[in-house]
Design a protein around this ligand. Structure first.
Ligand code: MRU
Length: 338
């Protein structure tokens, strides 16, 4: 059993990919080992490993592991496809698996992806620091901390850096229905980092902006189109609309690997829909009638015009996004530096 302070979401274990089972956090900090394609796929699908960059790192190690374990090229290709397709919205997973598949030394490539993620998270935290005023009251949604990236975190990484810089932020944490990534993971990670936080139900965001002096909203992303349209955890779009209504800046922190340069807008982003029982039950206890008809999209798409700025490892990116985001495609690979 690990202590919370030595949490590392994903690690290479020689004959397995080691991960912290995020479904059990914060009350049970448990490391598991995935060895087979079934175990790797299930860990991603069940959200035992979650967060766009973390599933990218996990999928990368997973495919490298399977290459050694599966002799037949055909069977290996099918297994790699299962890992790549385990979740459809976060582009980081497909991006990382494709990168490993194209590499001569797959394990070395997976390790490079992991190393780069840690470096990119640190660069994002630096880049975002100037956007956080002293004593800022910040609203965030879902979980974007170290356990969501296998590094230092994206949006939460910026907040933790602000705390380390003595800015004393106070974070209003949306619980993030239906799976409570905010309540279980974000609040926990903020406590670990010594950041003051207040937990609220998702529906409290509007009144928090109206009455609690929220200075800014900062969230992560699962896929970003060239025009700035951003897929992120369900509820993010509503927050962006609310922020615009209240004149509050709305920031998205994400590495370039979350940008899908094949998409000019977010219209074609595949939104994962998850099982009805995630909504019908609350913490495993049935709440609604068990035969309720349910709409359970895991993500929504925030239009780019509602995003004040993107915080990336290359710095803060402002509109017009079709130009400024596209310009990132031509920048030298950040990873070459680490
Ligand atoms: O379904 P999840 O928990 O994997 O959704 C994750 C999010 O929406 C995060 O905000 C996003 O992946 C950014 S993680 C740094």
């Amino acid at each position: 059993m690990s202590t919370p302070s030595d949490l590392s979401a994903v690690a290479w274990g020689g004959d397995a990919v080691i991960y912290v089972d995020q479904r059990r956090l914060p009350h049970d900090v448990r490391r598991e080992r995935a060895r087979t394609v079934e175990e790797i796929e299930a860990a991603i699908k069940t959200l035992a490993v979650r967060g766009a960059p973390a599933i990218g790192v996990f999928g990368a190690y997973g495919v490298a592991l399977l290459r050694d374990a599966i002799a037949s090229d055909e069977a290996f290709a099918a297994a790699a496809r299962r890992v790549r397709d385990a979740r459809p919205t976060a582009v980081n997973l497909a991006w990382a698996v494709d990168r490993v598949l194209a590499a001569e030394n797959m394990l070395a490539e997976a390790e490079a992806i992991h190393r780069e993620q840690i470096a990119m998270d640190a660069a994002m935290a630096d880049a975002g620091l100037d956007l956080i005023p002293k004593n800022a009251r910040i609203l965030t949604h879902c979980n974007t901390g170290p356990i969501a990236t296998a590094g230092g975190g994206t949006a939460l990484g910026v907040i933790i850096a602000a705390q380390r810089a003595g800015k004393k932020p106070h974070v209003f944490v949306d619980e993030t229905r239906p799976l409570l990534q905010g309540a279980r993971l974000t609040y926990f990670e903020l406590q670990q980092a010594g950041v003051d936080a207040t937990l609220q139900v998702d529906g409290a965001a509007a009144i928090a902006m109206q009455r609690k002096g929220i200075d800014l909203v900062i969230v992560g992303a699962d896929r970003i189109a060239r025009n700035g349209d951003t897929a992120n955890k369900i509820g993010t779009y509503g927050l962006a609309v609310l922020a615009a209504h209240h004149g509050i800046p709305f920031y998205v922190a994400a590495p370039r690997s979350t940008i899908d340069f094949s998409m000019t807008s977010g219209d074609a982003i595949h939104i994962e829909e998850r099982a009805a029982d995630e909504v019908i039950a609350f913490g495993g206890t049935p709440a609604a009638p068990t035969d309720a008809a349910v709409y359970n999209p895991a993500f929504d798409v925030t239009p780019g015009h509602l995003v004040t700025a993107f915080i990336t490892e290359y710095g803060v990116i402002k509109p017009p996004y079709p130009e400024t985001i596209s310009a990132l495609e031509l920048r030298p690979r950040f990873g070459a530096l680490v």
